[in-house]
Design a protein around this ligand. Structure first.
Ligand code: SAM
Length: 279
């Protein structure tokens, strides 16, 4: 497809007020090349541009998303992974890469959505053996697809259930090195008011963190203590300004050392980590 097609798509997106029209236009043109035969590339790209201009997330339009430099499938029913979540993925990977190379490292990706975190982490560390879980069937199916596409199925299992329910009884209790979790963390009230636009395309379960936005954090902090080995770490992505609230949840259990946080490029704490006490 020619530069003219790229310019047409970019102009449609720019007119619709899409944030980064050049980047999205390039992704649409690339996807159209794979989806349609040569004679229909332009038509396909224009249809996708119209969809994107109407507000559909780019990942749903193209069926693809780049996360931790991996090409993943995206589909309605599961949150499209966000760039900011890479901070959690790279932080967990750095931690796991410091472990001895001759041993298996056990990881849980709780609330896995499309499986972006577990796929990113397991792809770059061959010693990782991982389990991922999500409540929503569509998300579990998509995560399983991504695991298969990246040829990780021998080391990564994806199951469906409410938080840790589906992971019980597998001999994982007290053996896990790292748990990562990007939970729903927007309060139900905000979702119904100023963040309601999020629900136009993506599932409520991906965002709704209960009345104060911390209901899932609270349950995961408690549930993780059963699975982490002493010295193992629970890492969360947190929303802007949530670090104090989440630190209190860790502290209240009495089971973790004092938490640490990791800042993003703008200096905001976006990852919080709690290490299970040794005794
Ligand atoms: C913010 S999304 C994160 C998805 C993915 N990990 C990512 O980083 O893009 C939160 C995920 O939590 C899942 N979820 C919500 N409540 C859950 C529960 N009780 N048990 C398991 N998963 C849950 C949602 O289905 C959604 O996939």
């Amino acid at each position: 497809m020619c530069a003219e097609a790229l310019a047409r798509v970019e102009s449609i997106l720019a007119q619709a007020g899409i944030g980064n029209p050049a980047k999205d236009a390039l992704a649409i043109i690339e996807a159209a090349k794979h989806l349609a035969d040569k004679n229909n590339h332009l038509l396909c790209a224009l249809a996708m541009a119209a969809d994107r201009a109407a507000g559909t997330p780019l990942g749903y339009v193209t069926g693809r998303v780049n996360f931790m430099a991996l090409d993943l499938s995206a589909a309605p029913g599961a949150l499209v992974p966000r760039d900011e979540t890479e901070l959690l993925g790279w932080t967990a990977l750095r931690m796991l890469n410091d472990f001895p190379v001759d041993a298996e490292h056990r990881l849980i990706d709780m609330c896995c959505g499309s499986g972006n975190l577990v796929c990113g982490i397991a792809s770059y560390n061959p010693n990782v053996r991982a389990w991922a879980s999500d409540l929503v069937d569509d998300a579990v199916r998509l995560a399983q697809l991504n695991v298969r596409r990246l040829q990780l199925a021998k080391r990564v299992e994806v199951v469906q259930g409410d938080l840790f329910d589906a992971l019980s009884g597998r001999g994982l209790e007290g053996t896990v090195d790292v748990i990562v979790c990007n939970p729903p963390y927007i309060s139900s009230g905000r979702l119904d008011r100023d963040r309601a636009e999020l629900l136009t395309h993506e599932p409520r379960a991906a965002f709704d963190g209960g009345p104060f936005g911390v209901s899932i954090f609270q349950r995961v902090v408690r549930g993780a203590l059963l699975f982490l080995k002493p010295g193992g770490t629970l890492l969360f992505e947190i929303g802007l300004g949530q670090e104090r609230q989440v630190a209190i949840l860790f502290d209240r259990t009495g089971g973790y050392d004092p938490v640490t946080t990791v800042n993003d490029c703008q200096g905001h704490a976006r990852v919080i980590a709690g290490r299970r006490r040794l005794v």
